[in-house]
Ligand binder design. Structure first.
Ligand code: DON
Length: 308
């Protein structure tokens, strides 16, 4: 067994033995039904060695982790013009907060809070039918995750369509500033569906490898983005990837990472590894409680913090 696999297995055993698991998200009814005892971890190093344990092959709802990939697509479409419509500063507010939007005239603080991700989805949607835009996002995930079986969990998408009142408020409010180009319902439909993509830790760690290696999958040699863009997406994950818990995540883990309310966290150790962890119970900021602890242990035991 490799040293990396030993550390990964050890951490999964330790996390599974813990009683403090946080609370599963309940505002999306399908997510409330997920068994909180599940725990998965997958790490892929620069050579392509996979160390994985626990429920690492069980698909879960990636939710806001999809925002990293929609940001990548939107930057590919409109480049730095995207930054006229969304900021790059940490919000210091919950992921679905509405207050800053009024003061900042419909320009969301960053692409990872819900308002910012809705703008990013609007950019991807422009010039397309919703179905085409969604197909493009899903195919991108299948391509990066090297698995054509990756799909959208339509029950999760439907339950968010039914109860996504806050997102509807955010999108309509931005529309009032002309910050959204397309029909609000179409934008939200695409947004809810890309949040409902289901992937396992192994698939997600595979999909994100380009961010750990200057924009390129080191195994296939395929370049997804230029090195500078990969660096910048990582900077945004570090500063904004965990909403009002981003400072704490940087302090404890020291890696760029993006969380989702499904309990997943995607993280990168630049030059070293792509990492995905899943534990459905969340902390008060809506980030995976044990997922964060597991990443803290992983970064500590392997000396992977970007801060040395
Ligand atoms: O829009 C929402 O509220 C969800 N589809 C995604 C939120 C989310 O994952 C926040 N992450 N921790």
């Amino acid at each position: 067994m490799s040293e990396l696999q030993r550390v990964v297995s050890e951490i999964v055993d330790e996390m599974r033995a813990r009683e403090d698991r946080g609370e599963v998200a309940t505002y999306i009814s399908e997510l409330a039904r997920v068994d909180p005892r599940q725990f998965g971890l997958a790490v892929i190093d620069a050579e392509g060695n996979v160390a994985a344990a626990g429920d690492c092959d069980v698909p879960f709802s990636i939710q806001s982790i999809s925002k990293v990939f929609t940001l990548t697509l939107a930057l590919g479409k409109v480049g730095d013009r995207l930054w006229r419509r969304v900021g790059r500063e940490p919000s210091g507010s919950p992921f679905n907060s509405i207050v800053q939007l009024e003061r900042e005239r419909g320009i969301p603080r960053n692409p990872f809070i819900n308002a910012g991700a809705i703008v990013v989805t609007d950019v991807i949607l422009s010039g397309h039918q919703p179905r085409e835009a969604l197909g493009e996002i899903l195919r991108f995930m299948q391509f990066l995750g090297q698995d054509a079986s990756i799909t959208i969990d339509s029950a999760v998408a439907a339950s968010e369509q039914r109860t996504g009142f806050r997102n509807r408020a955010l999108a309509n409010y931005m529309k009032s500033f002309d910050a959204i180009e397309n029909t609000v319902d179409f934008v939200l439909g695409a947004y809810f569906h890309h949040c409902a993509i289901a992937m396992s830790c192994r698939q997600l760690a595979t999909a994100g490898r380009f961010l750990a290696h200057l924009g390129r999958n080191p195994e296939t040699g395929f370049s997804v983005v230029q090195p500078e863009r990969a660096r910048r997406i990582n900077a945004l994950m570090l500063t904004c990837g965990h909403y009002d818990g981003s400072g704490e995540f940087a302090y404890r883990v020291g890696l760029p990472g993006k969380s989702g309310v499904g309990g997943g966290i995607f993280a990168v150790a630049p030059g070293k590894a792509s990492i995905a962890v899943w534990s459905p119970g969340l902390d008060a900021s809506g980030n995976s409680h044990l997922g964060r602890l597991a990443l803290e242990e992983l970064a500590k035991r392997l000396g992977w913090s970007i801060f040395g």
